[in-house]
Design a binder for this molecule. Structure first.
Ligand SMILES: *[C@@H]1O[C@H](CO)[C@@H](O)[C@H](O)[C@H]1NC(C)=O
Length: 322
């Protein structure tokens, strides 16, 4: 088990927040290069896809979640790629699993039990809390939901900031809320803070919200709930990882990054890995500092790996799940 990122946070530095500006055209140009670069060589591509698998927060967050959904998700978390395909790639003995499973707080215990049955006790369970996805519940209720999820055994908590506070520049209040959530998590539980970037208006605001969330002690910052009108985009990702880089240079604390929302294809996952590698370096390519929140991405990755191994595309019944 890799040790997760841990960020104790710092005092709110409003002067730093206020002077931050993002150059939108420059960010867009840079993001475009990540998409148009020559594709990674074939054998490397397969290695990158396996790497992406280990960084997936395999997620089920629908109103109609059932225990059989959760059971299936947890089995897949432990067995993300068919064993014969892994064997063919010489990866059969690696105990390849996803980074975590991510469920609603009411499903944490079920997920832990299902992981145990699947032999995946080492896989962390992350819970969304704080009135996901809108964050529109009283603050006390949000803190209680965190405590409950932690009590049930979640070791990672994904919270949503109050977009309204961020949009109107009430950074002290954003800071205080995130800091209170971190305290509610307690020792050894990792806080992932969702900015809801689709609702934040400008990239400068995304940068500021990233800084404030990190100052308040977020161990990860995450783009989206998947329920905003706009999902994780590369320009937003670039903006956030550059905030992570600046925060690391100033404080020495490494904060992780989690793009989420609308990431469905193997090709997308490679673009995100390239972004991490080029902006933050190899260390940020591991599941302790990088996660991709996704539900159907794994299906496409497994399809691509099937193709890599067999040179054929799989029929639907050959790769069950999704
Ligand atoms: C965002 O992502 C979610 C989850 O993948 C998806 O259901 C939704 O349709 C996406 N929304 C947009 C606007 O692309």
């Amino acid at each position: 088990n890799i040790l997760m990122a841990h960020n104790p946070g710092i005092a709110l530095d409003l002067e730093w927040v206020e002077r931050s500006v993002v150059d939108l055209p420059a960010v867009n140009r840079r993001a475009a290069t990540l998409l148009t670069r020559r594709t990674v060589k074939k054998s490397w591509q397969a290695a990158w896809l396996l790497r992406a698998v280990t960084c997936i927060d395999l997620t089920t967050l629908s109103g109609d979640d059932t225990s059989s959904n959760v059971e299936r998700l947890c089995f897949k978390a432990k067995n993300p790629i068919r064993q014969d395909l892994l064997d063919a790639m010489g990866m059969g003995d690696y105990d390849l699993t996803v980074g975590a499973v991510c469920v609603y707080s009411a499903r944490v215990k079920e997920a832990l039990d299902a992981l145990k049955r699947a032999g995946g006790n080492n896989i962390p369970v992350a819970s969304v809390a704080t009135g996901f996805p809108a964050g529109q519940v009283p603050f006390e209720t949000r803190l209680k939901e965190i405590s409950m999820a932690v009590k049930l055994g979640a070791t990672e908590i994904d919270i949503v900031i109050s977009r309204e506070l961020a949009l109107t520049g009430k950074w002290k209040q954003v800071y205080d809320e995130v800091k209170a959530c971190k305290a509610a998590c307690g020792e050894g539980v990792h806080l992932k803070t969702i900015l809801g970037t689709g609702d934040l208006g400008t990239l400068t605001n995304v940068y500021k919200a990233s800084l404030v969330s990190m100052m308040a002690g977020s161990d990860f910052i995450k783009t989206s709930t998947g329920k905003e009108g706009v999902n994780a985009t590369l320009p937003v990702g670039l903006t956030m990882v550059r905030a992570i880089r600046e925060y690391y240079h100033k404080t020495g604390f490494k904060v992780g990054f989690k793009p989420a929302g609308g990431i469905r294809t193997a090709k997308d996952s490679c673009a995100w890995l390239a972004l991490m590698k080029e902006e933050l370096g190899d260390e940020w390519l591991r599941s302790d500092l990088f996660r991709i929140g996704a539900s159907s991405l794994l299906t496409d990755i497994e399809r691509q790996i099937y193709h890599f191994v067999t040179s054929r595309y799989a029929a639907a019944h050959q790769l069950p799940m999704a």
